[in-house]
Design a protein around this ligand. Structure first.
Ligand code: KIV
Ligand code: ZN
Length: 520
């Protein structure tokens, strides 16, 4: 991807949901879930998908390589530190990509160089040149990042950027790694680099802003105003600590305020709500109700004065139409008598393209749901299908569950799990039915993870509503979140726990080797 092939006002969207997003405490995705997310990002028009950090685990390597071989349009990017092994591993994972990018980074701030890398500025400079050169031997499309750039001494940053450009980097990323900068300061930094570094005119500058002070989107937009033409962001703003700039907010700010920021993106904004729901489901991270663009309340008007204004003219209180971001009026969709054909049509209209096998399974679950629930809404279908996608190829699967509870009865759970094709059954009692269920799971599949959070939410209104339960587990500093949806809250709780457990098994293997052999 060359800087020249981009229209001057075009901003590239670089999505890092599958890499920085997946680094969020509690977020972990299986291979199938990552593929599902990548397919949606590609269909939505994301320019570059950072699919993972290949050296960090076999799981990340497989995800990058599988996504690379399947993706039709987007550039697929793999992250690597400045080490030879890292870069080569990223190159190997990207081998089957139509368009591959290696993203190599090293810290440049005094605090990172001294305490994290234990390297002096000259050694870091050597590593910049050698790592970019190594990556350029594997692909033409190389991105270089100065980790903690916003806390880096300016002259040193200029020298690093200049060397990265001379060594062949086509994209220069200026991360606000710790979410410390302000919009004004970031404008000045990007402008200064673009104006003073030799060769800057040949490359695309990129923003990568974290949200520790809630400024990630504002800082990213400031970077664009200063001249950056790539924004790194994630769906729902997930990412390390307080997260990254939210893709949906960046894209809609650029679309709605084109008068103030005359830039365009390739994103089909009508897919934003769907992407947000999918990422929330596969990571188990709920979207806060008042989240801009994709929150449940983002287009809700509660007060009488607002409702009155809206009835007279929607522009009184709406700066964008909900349909523009893919939010549709809740509609009564299907019932007990709806057939497979109608169900498939409905799924298509909601943006799903399921395999025959997955459709069969989802249809079976829809029929069960329609038996239990009088009105089935779009949200119910989304919760049900996403729950199906989440379950994927799991090591631990629930085969049967019977729960007894009530006044004067000791709550108990009778459960059968299938663990790698072997059936295991038990009956347990507990302080409540949920406690009994979780105890049963722990007995049938012993593990040391502790329960950190248990949350229940209704998908729609009414006592027959489906519940989504989210469960967060922690083991040796690794956290994962699982979600389950069902009209029976206890069944949803069991699925949420087992989903979290399956994710923990994925995450257990993920570990970045500590020792970094820096390229020379
Ligand atoms: O926040 C950061 O600096 C990063 C880099 C790896 C780009 O995520
Ligand atoms: Zn980051």
């Amino acid at each position: 991807m060359s800087a020249n092939s981009q229209k001057p006002q075009q901003v590239r969207i670089f999505d890092t949901t599958l890499r920085d997003g997946e680094q969020s405490p509690g977020a972990a995705m299986t291979l199938d879930q990552k593929i599902e997310v990548a397919e949606l990002l590609d269909a939505m028009g994301v320019d570059i998908i950072e699919a993972g950090f290949p050296i960090s685990s076999q799981g990340d390597f497989d995800a990058v390589s599988e996504i690379a071989s399947r993706t039709k349009n987007a550039v697929i990017c793999g992250l690597s530190r400045a080490g030879i092994k890292d870069i080569d591993r990223a190159g190997e994972a990207l081998r089957s990509a139509k368009r591959a990018r290696i993203h190599t980074f090293i810290s440049t701030s005094p605090v990172h160089m001294k305490h994290k890398l234990q390297m002096g500025p000259n050694a870091v400079l050597d590593a910049v040149g050698a790592s970019v050169t190594r990556a350029r031997n594997l692909t033409d499309d190389v991105q270089w990042s100065a980790e903690d750039a916003t806390r880096t001494e300016r002259d040193f940053l200029c020298r690093c950027v200049e060397l990265a450009i001379r060594s062949g980097a086509m994209t220069i990323n200026i991360p606000d790694t710790v979410g410390y900068t302000t919009p004004q300061e970031y404008v000045e930094l990007v402008r200064m680099l673009m104006e003073s570094v030799p060769g800057a005119e040949k490359v695309v500058f990129s923003t990568h802003c974290h949200n520790d002070l809630g400024l990630a989107v504002a800082n990213s937009l400031a970077g664009v105003i200063a001249g950056a033409r790539q924004v790194e962001c994630t769906i729902n703003g997930i990412g390390e600590r307080a997260g990254n700039a939210a893709l949906e907010e960046i894209v809609m700010a650029l679309k709605v305020r084109r008068d103030a920021m005359p830039f365009t993106t390739n994103i089909d904004t009508t897919m934003l709500a769907r992407a947000s729901k999918l990422v929330s489901n596969v990571t188990g991270f709920p979207v806060q109700f008042n989240k801009a663009i994709v929150g449940k309340n983002a287009f809700a008007h509660e007060s009488g004065i607002h409702q009155d204004g809206m009835l007279k003219n929607v522009e009184t209180y709406e700066i964008m139409r909900p349909e523009e971001v893919g939010v549709k009026e809740t509609s009564l969709v299907l019932g007990k008598l709806s057939g497979r054909h109608a169900f498939r049509d409905k799924l298509e209209s909601l943006g799903y393209d399921l395999s025959d096998e997955a459709l069969q399974e989802a249809f079976k679950r829809f029929k069960d749901l329609a038996d239990k629930k009088k009105h089935v809404f779009d949200e119910d279908i989304v919760a049900l299908v996403d729950d199906e996608i989440v379950r994927g190829a799991d090591v631990v699967v629930i085969k049967a569950l019977k729960v007894e509870t009530g006044v004067g009865i000791e709550p108990s759970a009778e459960m059968t799990l299938v663990v790698e094709n072997e059936e295991r059954s038990i009956k347990t009692t507990g302080d409540g039915p949920v406690d009994a269920i979780f105890k049963a799971i722990r007995e049938l599949y012993p593990h040391t993870a502790s329960l950190q959070q248990f949350q229940v939410q209704a998908v729609t209104e009414g006592t027959d509503a489906q519940a989504t339960v989210s469960v967060r587990l922690e083991e040796n500093g690794r956290t994962v979140t699982g979600r389950g949806a069902d009209t029976d809250t206890l069944v949803a709780a069991a699925h949420a726990y087992v989903t979290a457990l399956n994710k923990l098994l994925v995450k257990r293997e993920k570990q970045v080797p500590e020792a970094l052999t820096v390229a020379r």
